[in-house]
Design a protein around this ligand. Structure first.
Ligand SMILES: *[C@@H]1O[C@H](CO)[C@@H](O)[C@H](O)[C@H]1NC(C)=O
Ligand SMILES: *[C@@H]1O[C@H](CO)[C@@H](O)[C@H](O)[C@H]1NC(C)=O
Ligand SMILES: *[C@@H]1O[C@H](CO)[C@@H](O)[C@H](O)[C@H]1NC(C)=O
Ligand SMILES: *[C@@H]1O[C@H](CO)[C@@H](O)[C@H](O)[C@H]1NC(C)=O
Ligand SMILES: *[C@@H]1O[C@H](CO)[C@@H](O)[C@H](O)[C@H]1NC(C)=O
Length: 286
């Protein structure tokens, strides 16, 4: 089972893995949806016109290299917007996710002056308030309830911690704010991971954001075999099965083509769900 948790005390049980896979293929629902109730716009308002210009601009410019932020209009009708795709995706995967986000945001957050949709593959966020460069360290998790065995736990946690710290340091210093890699954990089993910040963050805020997620892992999910840990400005994902996508046209070749601590992974991989044996039954979290 995968379980969604957050510090804001809600817990949504998702579905067994075979259904999770189904969801990935069929209808990609946001992992996090925030529609602000503080301010709404009316039909035919200047704000609506600005938003209608913003979303296509985010889609077309964001698809080009996986991230884009801009604003349209002037106060009081200004709208700020940002899109970000997971750093290992192809342009096509990025475009599909962003396209759906820009379509769905009108259905999911009708008339809102502020909205955020966070999917497994991308984020779309817009607001009448300036939010660029503001780090969010409120951690949430969607985790694999499978547990590492007691005998393996110390070694697993050591390897995971080294990997995440290494990846975070590299990601924070890169313009792409992304890194991914793998480490051996036991024979035939590797931990695969990615870390990423939205590119509007400074190096130090990215590092701070990722550290807040890494610190949350043992609090939330000690000895769990995997999970997707995130705030609205950064992400840490790890699993003991391959999930990274490395298509040839992946973004940022100058920076990410040969990450120092990761081995090259052959051709595109399809995201898999863990095998039944990896799946535990416990699902309580903080
Ligand atoms: C995007 O939307 C299309 C059309 O609604 C749908 O067929 C597709 O599965 C969606 N893809 C994702 C990744 O949500
Ligand atoms: C905005 O719209 C939502 C949904 O209709 C409503 O719940 C909310 O109270 C509205 N907010 C304001 C400030 O009018
Ligand atoms: C972004 O894309 C739009 C097309 O939707 C284009 O008109 C615009 O010049 C691009 N650049 C910026 C900075 O918005
Ligand atoms: C995008 O965000 C960065 C970081 O806050 C900012 O410096 C830049 O001006 C923003 N771009 C636009 C077009 O607003
Ligand atoms: C982390 O980096 C250190 C120093 O570069 C290296 O010795 C170690 O093997 C790396 N660990 C992992 C798990 O990538």
């Amino acid at each position: 089972m995968y379980v969604l948790s957050s510090t804001s005390k809600y817990l949504i049980i998702l579905l067994p893995s075979f259904l999770l896979l189904h969801i990935h293929v069929q209808a990609e629902d946001p992992i996090l949806q925030q529609c602000s109730n503080i301010a709404n716009y009316t039909s035919n308002s200047q704000f609506e016109t600005n938003l209608n210009h913003l979303l296509p601009s985010l889609l077309s410019n964001g698809t080009r290299d996986g991230f884009f932020n801009t604003s349209i209009g002037t106060a009081p009708d200004i709208v700020y917007g940002l899109v970000s795709c997971r750093g290992d995706l192809s342009m096509e995967q990025c475009r599909t996710c962003l396209y759906n986000a820009t379509v769905e945001v009108f259905q999911r957050c009708p008339n809102r002056k502020e909205a955020l949709l966070l999917y497994g593959y991308c984020i779309l966020r817009y607001s009448n308030n300036h939010f660029f460069s503001k780090v969010d360290t409120n951690p949430r998790a969607l985790y694999n309830t499978g547990k590492v065995s007691e005998t393996d736990a110390a070694h697993f946690n050591q390897q995971l911690s080294n990997l995440l710290n290494n990846l975070s340091a590299t990601a924070a210093s890169r313009p792409s704010k992304f890194d991914s890699g793998r480490t051996d954990y036991k024979p035939l089993t590797r931990i695969e991971s990615l870390v990423q910040c939205t590119r509007d963050l400074s190096d130090s805020d990215c590092s701070y954001c990722l550290r807040s997620l890494i610190a949350y892992i043992p609090i939330c999910c000690d000895n769990n075999q995997g999970g997707h840990f995130y705030t609205t400005t950064c992400t840490v994902k790890f699993e003991i099965y391959p999930f990274l996508q490395f298509p040839p046209q992946s973004f940022f070749p100058p920076f990410d083509a040969s990450p120092p601590q990761s081995k090259a992974i052959p051709s595109p991989r399809v995201e898999t769900s863990p095998t039944q044996s990896n799946i535990g039954s416990s699902n309580q979290c903080c």
